[in-house]
Each structure stands twice: as structure tokens, then as C-alpha cells.
Ligand binder design. Sequence first.
Ligand code: CO
Length: 209
Amino acid sequence: MKKLKKLFAKNKEWAKKIKQEDPDFFSELSKRQKPKYLWIGCSDSRVPENKIVDLPAGEIFVHRNIANMVVHTDLNSLSVIQYAVEVLEIKHVIVCGHYGCGGIKAAMENHEHGLIDNWLRHIKDVRRFHKDKFSGLEHEEKLDRLCELNVIEQVRNICNTTIIQDAWRADKELHIHGWVYNLATGRLKSLEKCISSNDESQKRNKKHE
Ligand code: CO
């Protein structure tokens, strides 16, 4: 059996380097975490959140799945959001999609992929909600547009969770951001103004109805 020695060697080097730069880094981080951001991103290996915003371990609380979805009844993502907001008291939630997303592409096409099609169905719903927004676009442009619309839709889903609504009702500071990452340039783009209250969320809901 391959033991992936390379990864252990790289880990040893990494831990050594960090300790040289900051001897207390690991001992301090092992006592508590106080991340500033919750990142909801795609599982895609080319979008590693800590790397692309150049932040060290301990700064970002993370949930990743195929096509950065927040499904209303998904206990996994809801649990992450609840813990982030209620226990870690994170003030910024970021949904980050990316152009060239395989999940988005698969949802645009009609090939069969087995079990994953049940997950992609949520993206197909996004496509259906916004079907009037694709007319006149080339295929690639359609894919990019669906990446963006999917992020906007997931921001909306987060705002509509009882977790976020309760937090805003209790006057907690909390901002929900929708971003998209460009694999070809390494750059992030903000899609819309962040949402920071139930009032703003209601207005955004109306805008996208
Ligand atoms: Co993706």
C-alpha cells in the first residue's frame, strides 16, 4: 500500500516553517479557534479558500460541497452555519462559486451521472427559476451566468434560514456575501452588495422574484 510519504514529508516541513516564523502559533491555535469568516465554497481542488485569500489556519471556518450549495434541508450545511453564527460568532458569511464549475456544467447538460444527479437537481432548479436570463447567450456565457445566479440563489437560501433570521432579529452584526472566483486569473469578484439585515434580505427576495 502506498503510504503517501510525500504528504507527510510536506506536512513536517510546513509545521517546521510555521513554528520558525511564530513559535506559539500551534500552541495558541490548539486552545481555541476564533475565525472571522465562514466560507461556503465548491469542493473543486482548484479553489482552496485559505490559499486564494492568503490567510493562515484559524481564520476561516469552512463548508464545501459540489457547487457551493445551501440546500434548505441539508443538516450538514445548516449545522455549520449554526455553529459559525451562534458559537463562533462569525460576522461574515461568504458564498464563493467559481467559473468553470463542473457541477454547474453538469446541471446545464442532460447526461446521466447517477446519484449526483439528485444533488445537481438543485442547480437545475436555479436554472429553471432564471430561465429568462439566458436568452441570446453563447453556451460558455450561459455557464458563467448560471455560476453567478447559483451563488446569488445560495446567498438567498442562507438569508432565509431561521439561523440567520434569528441572529438579525437579535441585532447581531452579520453580513452575507456572494462571490465568484475566476480559475483562469486567480481573482475574486463580488457579485452584489452584501446583505446585512432581514429588511435587506426581504428586498433582495422581491428583486429576484
Ligand atoms: Co465547482
